[in-house]
Each structure stands twice: as structure tokens, then as C-alpha cells.
Design a protein around this ligand. Structure first.
Ligand code: KG4
Ligand code: ZN
Length: 338
């Protein structure tokens, strides 16, 4: 039973293919329910219209389960936070309209949250938190960014991808190997028994802290086309080495830029976030980098790395403290800068 002075936030996330609801009290997560939409697997990627329909089906049961698990009553909620941008517009609209309706019905304030800010602040959920300022490498299926966090509400994007996101690079190259969607976790699995230096793929030269992954994908495509011509079962025979080498190439691009950001800013607290932070090659590379350079590294629990409402709730909590509420006429946005 929350006290009157407690800040209790209900949060909704629906930007892509996960429907999620979470409750936090004073920045502590009580419940984080995630319904993953399996329907997209058979299409090799997320189908936006199917995602919107699945959110419509999932949202009420997910929010009900979240309330039940947390033991919080609707009347005890102080504010409703929701993902306002960026993402698939149909998906965002389902969560946004639900959040607005609930805010109106309960007469509680609304807090609009930027999904990428929330990925960064997922690092503040655990007891072992980075202190400010810190750097965060956010790597997901839709985004790749290096962010400088000066405070919970003062975040600056130092660099981002100019083409594919890191997760997309994993998924698209996995598709070239004949692996199912999402291919990132499968590359990770097969890479464990492979040689990361067996094959070398293109390394882009992109200025500043920006990233590019389209060159890796093209170089894998041309290499496979050439090899398969002379040896039709080349992929099957070399799957582990191919996965290990592709993973090595993508992780190398990410870690090099992160090292550059650390060197240039002098910041010694470094986090990663987003679905690709589950990748064991990236996690190990980050830990090694930390140990070698006396840098403290942070990786959120897996449930807070993939798309989840707990990160929206924690961001909602800091926005509540900063008095950053939204009016009911705020629109969802597929592409919003921050
Ligand atoms: O953050 P997320 O759940 O959703 C987006 O906001 O996009 O990230 C999903 C991405 C997918 O591209 C998936 O292949 C990738 O994260 N991913 C991985 C691993 N687990 C998830 N990539 C590489 N290795 C993994 N273990
Ligand atoms: Zn995300």
C-alpha cells in the first residue's frame, strides 16, 4: 500500500513489437510485464499493421497483469507515462491512446517519454547505477547511438548511425546466412564455437562518433555470393566461423567508437543499453575495455535491455520530479529528435 508521498507511475511501452506495462514507486520497479509478438517471425521482420493489431489485443491484459503483480490499485497511481516517440506510428498510437484514456478516466497527469532516452535511463533501475556524467552506447534493432548523460533529463546524442542500426546489421547478415528473424541471438549462439578472425569484412571509416553498418552487410553479401559459387555448401560448413567473424566486425565498430568517446570526454562511467547489449561478444568486449582502462561499466538486466515499460517508468519518475508533464493533446511521433 503506497504512502501519500510516494510517486507511483504506471508506464506503457508499445513502440515496436513488444507490448509492455510497468509500475514503479519512487524509482523502484515493482512489475514489468512484456508480451513479445511472435507473429512476425514467419515474415522475417516486423510487419507494422500486424504489430498494431497485436498491441490492441495485448494492451488490456498486459496492464491488468502488471497491476495485479505489483499489488497496486488504479486509484494509487500518480501519473501515467507512455512512449510517445520514436517507433512505428500505428504501434505508438495504441499505447498513446490507451495512456491518454486512462489519464483522463483516473484524472491523473500524463508523461510523454522518448524511447531512446528511456533506453539510456534503464541503467538507473538497478542498485548498481552509474553516476553522472556517464556515456551510454544504445544498440537496438532500430537505433545505434552514443549518448552523454549529464543528468537524468539532460542527455546529449554525441553520434548515431547514418544507415542501418547495429541490430539490423545482425538481423540482415543473419538472413544472408539463412537464419530466421531475429537473427542477432542466433549469430551470438553460433559465434560461440567459431573463430572471430576466420574471415575479414569491411570496416567503415566514418567521422566523429557516427556509425555505419551497411558496408559490413554488403561485404558479407559479396563474400558469400563468391564462395557459394565455387562451394555450394560453404555457409553450412563454415556457419560458426562466419557468425563469429560477423559478430567480431560489428562489435569492433561499436567498441572503437565508444573508446573514442571515452578518450575525448574523459568520462569513466560507461553503460550499454538496447536489445543488442544482450550480445555476448559486445558484453565481453565492454568488460575487457573497462578492466584494461580502469573504467566502470554497466549493463542493465536483460529484461531492461530489450523494449520494456520499466525503462519508460523510470524515465517517467525523473520527469515527474522535474515537473515535465504533457497535455492530453500531445501527438505520437514516428521520428522525434531529442
Ligand atoms: O531493443 P530491442 O529489443 O528492440 C528495438 O528497439 O529494436 O532490440 C532488438 C534487436 C534485434 O535486432 C535483435 O536481433 C538484437 O536486438 N539482439 C541481439 C541479441 N539479442 C537481441 N543481437 C545480437 N546478439 C544478441 N544476443
Ligand atoms: Zn528500443
Amino acid at each position: 500500500m503506497p504512502e501519500n508521498t510516494d510517486i507511483t507511475i504506471l508506464a506503457i511501452e508499445s513502440s515496436c513489437d513488444e507490448t509492455s506495462a510497468a509500475i514503479c514507486i519512487n524509482g523502484k520497479i515493482l512489475s514489468n510485464i512484456i508480451a513479445t509478438q511472435k507473429i512476425h517471425e514467419q515474415y522475417g521482420g516486423v510487419v507494422p499493421e500486424l504489430a498494431s493489431r497485436a498491441h490492441m489485443q495485448n494492451i488490456v491484459p498486459v496492464v491488468s497483469e502488471c497491476l495485479k503483480e505489483s499489488g497496486i490499485k488504479k486509484e494509487d497511481i500518480q501519473a501515467i507515462a507512455f512512449t510517445q516517440a520514436p517507433g512505428l506510428i500505428g504501434s505508438l498510437l495504441v499505447g498513446g491512446q490507451f495512456a491518454k484514456s486512462l489519464a483522463l478516466a483516473l484524472e491523473k497527469p500524463l508523461i510523454a517519454v522518448h524511447h531512446m532516452q528511456a533506453h539510456v535511463l534503464a541503467n538507473l533501475i538497478s542498485d548498481k547505477k552509474p553516476s553522472f556524467p556517464f556515456l551510454c552506447l544504445t544498440v537496438s534493432g532500430g537505433h545505434t547511438q552514443i549518448v552523454l548523460a549529464k543528468s537524468p533529463l539532460q542527455l546529449e546524442v554525441l553520434g548515431e548511425t547514418i544507415d542501418d542500426a547495429a541490430g539490423e546489421a545482425f538481423d540482415k547478415t543473419a538472413k544472408l546466412l539463412g537464419l530466421t528473424y531475429p537473427g542477432g541471438p542466433l549469430i551470438d549462439k553460433y559465434a560461440k564455437d567459431g573463430n572471430p578472425l576466420a574471415f575479414k569484412f569491411a570496416e567503415p571509416q566514418i567521422p566523429e562518433f557516427n556509425f555505419s553498418f551497411s558496408g559490413v552487410k554488403t561485404s558479407v553479401l559479396y563474400f558469400l555470393q563468391k564462395q557459394v559459387k565455387t562451394e555450394p555448401d560453404f555457409i553450412q560448413k563454415n556457419l560458426n566461423d562466419l557468425c563469429a567473424s560477423i559478430q567480431h566486425a560489428i562489435v569492433n565498430i561499436l567498441i572503437k567508437k565508444l573508446k573514442k568517446a571515452v578518450a575525448q570526454t574523459g568520462i569513466k562511467q560507461v553503460c550499454i543499453a538496447g536489445g543488442v547489449s544482450a550480445n555476448s561478444g559486445l558484453r565481453n568486449a565492454l568488460l575487457d575495455f573497462g578492466k584494461e582502462n580502469h573504467i566502470e561499466t554497466f549493463i542493465p538486466d536483460f529484461q531492461y535491455c530489450v523494449d520494456n515499460a520499466a525503462m519508460i517508468a523510470i524515465t517517467g519518475y525523473y520527469k515527474f520530479l522535474g515537473n515535465q508533464f504533457s497535455s492530453l493533446d500531445i501527438s505520437s511521433s514516428a521520428r522525434a529528435v531529442w
